[in-house]
Structures are given as C-alpha cells and as structure tokens.
Design a protein around this ligand. Structure first.
Ligand SMILES: Nc1ncnc2c1ncn2[C@@H]1O[C@H](COP(=O)(O)OP(=O)(O)O)[C@@H](O)[C@H]1O
Ligand SMILES: [Mg+2]
Length: 432
C-alpha cells in the first residue's frame, strides 16, 4: 500500500531529516514508525502525504507515484497531523462539513458521513458543540474523523496520542484498532511511545537519524534479544569499564549494553543470575543504585539497533524548550530571535515545533515542496462558509475562547488576539 525506496530529504538549513529510507507498508497493516524526537518521523509522513517535497528516492502510496499523481494520492489518504488540525471556533459537525467541502463531497454525502463518523467515534451528542469545549481525547477523535470524511484507504497518524492522559490513550487505541479491523484501513502511525508501537502495530519500524534501523513484528523484534534483561544502574559511571570486563567474563552472560549509568545485561535465566550479578558487581568495586529485571522490551531492541536507549533519548530532548522560552512574550522580536537561534544552533537535534500559525504564514512558501490541497484556499472558503452557516452565536464563540486563555492553551503562541482580528487571519488553531 505504501512503498518507499531510497528516500532522502535535507532541509535548506542543512538538517538531514531522511537519510535513505526504505519501507513497505502492506495493505490492511498497522505499521508504527517508532523513534525519538528528531528521528525524521514527521518529515517522512509529510512526504508521504504530499505536504513536502523530497530530494531523491521513489515513493508510491495506494498504487500512485507521489511525484506523478499527487492528487490521486491525496484522494486515497487521510492525514492527522501531530498538532490538532481541528478548528476550535467551529463545532464538531462544522469541522467535518468543512473538510468534506474541501474534498468536494456533496452536501447529502457530507451530512450522512458526518453522522456516521459521529456515531463511530461516540461523538454524536457533542457534534454540535464548539470544539473548544471538547476534552483532548474528544478533539483527537474528531481530528481522526475529519481525516476519514472522504473514505480514504490509508490513514496517517502522526503521534496520535501525544499529550493525552493514559485512559484517553487506551481509548484511542481501541478506535485505531477498530478502524483497521472493521474498515480494513491501512494505517501508518508515528510514535515515540514504546508501548503504543508494541500494543497497536502489526509491525514496528525503528527509525533513528533519518534511517530505518530495523523492521519486524514487536514479538520478533523482542525475540532478537534472547533471554531476560537485567538493568543495573551504577552510582558512579567510572566504575563501569571494570564492571563490564567482569561481567563479560561471566558464564551465561549473553550480551552487555551500556547506556549512561545503566548497564543492560542479557542472560538466559534472569532469576538465577541476579545473585551472581550482584556479587560480581560488588567484587568489581561498583555500587548498584537500582536493579531492574524484565523480559526484553522494545527499548532493549531500540538500544541494540541504535546504540542508545529510546527512553533516555526521549528524556534528554525537550521539544518545547524553545517554545517555552518565547511563549507569551508577544511582539515581533521572538521571530527574529528564533531566526538567530536557528542559525546559531543549526545542528541542534530537534527543530522548533512548528506552531500552527507558522503554517499559514508558510503556506505560500513552496520551497519546502508542494502545499497541500487542504491548505490552498482553505481560509477564504472557511470564512465564507462560517458566515453563511454558523449555527453557534458569536457570543458563544467568544465565551468559549476567553482572551485570558488565548495564549495559555497548548496551541498558544506570541500572537495576540487583537492582531489576529485585525489581519483577519486564522488564529492559533488552523487546519494543517
Ligand atoms: N521545517 C524544518 N526545517 C528545518 N529542519 C527541520 C524541519 N523539520 C524538521 N527538521 C529537522 O529534521 C529532523 C527530523 O525532524 P522530524 O521529522 O520533525 O522528526 P520527528 O517527527 O521524528 O520528531 C530534525 O532533526 C529536525 O532538525
Ligand atoms: Mg514529529
């Protein structure tokens, strides 16, 4: 259903996001692209959904070459971006209608399909309420519903459960599973949650530094790590080389991986090995702070194929650090500063998260590839349609989006409500 061969993409800044990706997603499969922040997941999905160009390679989605028939690809796919793409000022049904209109569906079809999707995602009773009153989980469900309005065959979900609490995540997984089993949708999802990839995907592709490091079923991946995993966290990393030497010479130790202060020891029988490992560690002069013992997880697989633990990588990078620094400061300075920071830290691993309003700013900029069908012309159409069909009084919209909340929301940015009003451009919640 998806075929990628030798895909490369380097941004004008010099960041090499995709360094030769080869991947095949079979029809009816859920494939998880698992990797830490900055691995290239979003870039890969943006290429596959025709939202950005690429340097070299071949990409086909639903039997259409992405270079030759991008429109046919767009018709066959649904895309849920990393940040929510639904409009907070509209109701759930209005969002669905807007999306249906962008796909040039008939009014009757949009009505029927919206009702069907509302029911499917258990949103029927909330469908005529403003999205700003929805919980994070409901918003995400609506986001997926809008991506499905035109009955696509392939669904792309970029970090679908990012920022959701545990119950909402589990509930969303159920919907994703059902979309796959009931409707036969082929699903490519990206995630940096190991459990999500493990529980949801038929196959997992581990991506790091713009390359697929390994791909297989979660079980087969875990089976490549034989036996049990014992993780020793030592008090002093300087004691590790000697410890490693001692452990490597012990019978029954199959493999050792070092990740910061964590020494991962792979053995056939964890339970019987623990006392021996503890004794050997003491004898080597190292002090154990913590010891954990588990069946190998995808994190062990990740460590094996990339040389560092996914969990630690994740902790080490703070995707919103840049954003937090400038959020709420207002004025035009932030952007200049950001540009300076960009040049200064060109090699920094994670890009600044693309704020939603940046997207409309960048819409006309085709240097990064073709703009999406959904983007072009969206806003004038939406304004006109909203004026004509609005069923929610303006006061209700104002109330649901009080000024004080404007920049404290998760979608916030240093753009004021006043300037939004003046420009007439969309606020911090635009459709990707
Ligand atoms: N718009 C952009 N401009 C410049 N570099 C970018 C841009 N988007 C992503 N990158 C770079 O590409 C790499 C991959 O980013 P991304 O695909 O967003 O990763 P992920 O989704 O796995 O977190 C990052 O190292 C980042 O620096
Ligand atoms: Mg991403």
């Amino acid at each position: 259903m998806i075929k990628i061969a030798g895909l490369t993409k380097t941004f004008p800044s010099g960041a090499r996001a995709l360094a030769g990706v080869d991947l095949e997603v079979k029809p009816g499969e859920i494939l998880a692209l698992l990797g830490p922040n900055g691995a290239g997941k979003t870039t890969a999905v943006r290429v596959l959904t025709t939202l950005c160009g690429f340097d070299s390679g071949h990409v086909a989605v639903a039997g259409h070459d992405i270079d030759v028939e991008p429109e046919k690809v767009r018709q066959a796919i649904g895309y849920v971006a990393q940040e929510t793409g639904v409009d907070y000022f509209l109701t759930g049904r209005e969002n669905l209608t807007l999306q249906g209109q962008l796909y040039r569906m008939t009014k009757a079809d949009i009505l029927a399909r919206s009702a069907e999707l509302g029911e499917y995602f258990d949103l029927t009773t909330q469908l005529d309420q403003l999205v700003s009153t929805y919980s994070g989980g409901m918003r995400r469900k609506l986001d997926i519903a809008t991506a499905l309005i035109h009955r696509p065959k392939v669904l792309f979900l970029d970090e679908p459960t990012l920022g959701l609490d545990a119950p909402s995540r589990q509930s969303l997984w159920q919907y994703v599973r059902r979309l796959n089993t009931d409707l036969g949708l082929t699903i490519l999802l990206t995630t940096h949650y190991l459990d999500e990839a493990d529980k949801l995907a038929h196959r997992v592709a581990i991506i790091d530094n713009g390359k697929i490091q390994v791909i297989d079923t979660p079980d087969a991946l875990k089976d490549t790590i034989k036996g049990d995993a014992i993780i020793l966290e030592v008090a002093d990393t300087q004691t590790i080389p000697k410890l490693q030497y001692v452990l490597a010479n012990m019978a029954d130790v199959q493999d050792i991986r070092i990740d910061g202060p964590h020494v991962h020891v792979y053995v056939a029988q964890g339970a019987t090995m623990i006392p021996r490992l503890v004794d050997a560690t003491r004898a080597s002069g190292a002090e154990i702070k913590y010891l954990t013992f588990a069946r190998p997880t995808l994190d062990d697989v990740f460590l094996r194929y990339t040389g560092s633990s996914m969990t630690r990588k994740k902790d080490g990078s703070e995707p919103n650090a840049w954003w937090k620094q400038w959020a709420g400061k207002g004025g035009g300075k932030w952007q200049k500063q950001w540009q300076q920071d960009q040049t200064a830290t060109e090699t920094a691993a994670a890009p600044p998260p693309e704020a939603p309003w940046q997207r409309w700013q960048n819409q006309g900029d085709t240097s990064d590839g073709a703009p999406s069908a959904a983007n072009s012309g969206t806003w004038p159409q939406q304004e006109a349609w909203r004026d004509a069909q609005t069923s929610v009084p303006d006061e209700a919209r104002q109330k649901a989006w009080p000024e004080s909340q404007h920049w404290q929301s998760d979608e916030g940015g240093p753009k004021t409500k006043a300037s939004w009003k003046q420009t007439g451009k969309p606020g911090p919640h635009t459709k990707d």
